[in-house]
Design a protein around this ligand. Structure first.
Ligand SMILES: [Zn+2]
Ligand SMILES: [Zn+2]
Length: 401
């Protein structure tokens, strides 16, 4: 990449070369953030909602603001990269291009060193930027996002962008670092940054108490910082906050809640869906919310309809709405009755935990889908699945708000 930018610089001048560098930096951010955004906010929005740390989505105007500041940040970072390169041209700086010059051991050490050093630098500079005198001039822009998205990763005031990453060109002046190690560092940094702002928790259950995971910053950790700025200053690792006692005292509790809530919501929604499925799919869209309210109440009281009634309701709905052919009616009735009885026995009346019920419901539903797929044609099955997902999604929302 470097020789390419250099040749553009020689042919067209410094400015076009800078523009190219800017585009590269911005695209790296935009692609990384858009992958996370695409998966969690667009493609699988409904599926991942129960796992969202804050149970609401920010307005699109917020994302537009974040993108605007990110353009400025990309310009600053491009200028820094350009500066490092220009200094090297003038014989300053310790950037090197041939790995054999110092070997692989040094290569790995230098990469690890720059990550650990940047983490320490970020912690202290971040704490400093929260000082009331500095906050409004430097860091306030980043904290305009109370419910961060992947695009928040680069949403800084330009001065903050200089302060946060300014140490990297300085390191490159004094410490020999291979150009690709520097590139890996920037990719690591943006990946962590985007993940930490995504708004979803990826760390395993119990991570904040685990001997290894507790030293890694989680998305919940940084999300809490955006909600309450006087704790949780860490970037990649959680050791500085732990050593200095600046972890939010509610960190463990909130983290556990996020993990537990996602499971419980999914469990209750699945339960609701299966037990109350027949009425849910038959109710017209406008009545569906009211129906789901009734079902939640009924399930809480353990007051279910008899399986034969539910099976008959699903039969009627499928016959009319999916326009079953005559030869489909009997096999479909057989499936509906069998699964209604099984749900009653294994789930509704079973004395097991919600979580075990959820696991069972999922198995039963998957098996039922396989059987239905054999009888229904493609269009019918698609329609059936769409209704089922609609009931599930509405139920999840009801249980949350
Ligand atoms: Zn942030
Ligand atoms: Zn902050």
């Amino acid at each position: 990449m470097q020789p390419y930018i250099e040749s553009i610089g020689k042919t067209y001048g410094v400015f076009p070369a800078w523009v190219l560098m800017f585009l590269l930096v911005f695209m790296r951010y935009a692609v990384m953030a858009s992958i996370f955004y695409g998966i969690f906010y667009v493609l699988f929005r409904q599926h991942f909602f129960p796992f969202k740390i804050q149970q609401k989505y920010p307005k699109s105007a917020e994302i537009v603001r974040e993108l605007g500041y990110s353009l400025l940040t990309a310009a600053i970072f491009a200028s820094m990269a350009f500066g490092v390169y220009a200094l090297r041209k003038m014989g300053m700086g310790r950037l090197y291009f041939d790995i054999s010059e110092r070997g692989w051991v040094y290569y790995i050490f230098s990469l690890a060193f720059i990550i650990v050093l940047h983490d320490a630098y970020f912690y202290w500079i971040h704490r400093l930027m929260h000082h009331p005198r500095l906050f409004k001039h430097l860091h306030k822009v980043h904290h305009l996002s109370h419910n961060p998205t992947p695009y928040t990763a680069f949403a800084f005031h330009p001065l903050e962008a200089v302060v946060e990453f300014g140490i990297i060109p300085i390191i490159a002046l004094f410490m020999p670092i291979h150009v690709s190690a520097l590139l890996i560092f920037t990719i690591w940094s943006i990946f962590f940054n985007v993940m930490g702002h995504t708004g979803f928790e990826f760390a395993p259950k119990g991570a904040t108490r685990h001997p290894f995971w507790k030293w890694i910053s989680t998305p919940t950790h940084h999300n809490m910082h955006h909600q309450q700025g006087n704790y949780n200053f860490s970037l990649y690792f959680n050791w500085w906050d732990r050593w200095m006692g600046t972890n939010n005292p509610r960190y463990d509790e909130v983290f556990d809640d996020v993990k537990k809530r996602a499971l419980m919501q999914k469990a209750s929604a699945m339960l609701l869906m299966l037990i109350g499925f027949s009425g849910g799919i038959m109710a017209q869209n406008s009545n569906r919310d009211a129906f789901i309210d009734q079902q939640i109440e009924a399930i809480q009281k353990g007051d279910y309809q008899p399986p034969e009634t539910r099976a008959a309701q699903i039969d009627t709905w499928m016959k009319n709405d999916l326009q079953l052919r005559d030869d489909q009616i009997n096999p479909i009735h057989d499936i509906n009755l069998r699964y209604a009885l099984r749900t009653e026995h294994d789930i509704a009346k079973a004395d097991i935990s919600m979580w075990s019920k959820y696991l069972k419901i999922k198995d039963i539903q998957d098996e039922k889908d396989v059987e239905l797929k054999r009888i229904l044609d493609k269009t019918q099955f698609k329609k059936y699945a769409a209704f089922r997902d609609d009931v599930l999604w509405k139920a999840v929302r009801k249980l949350i708000f």
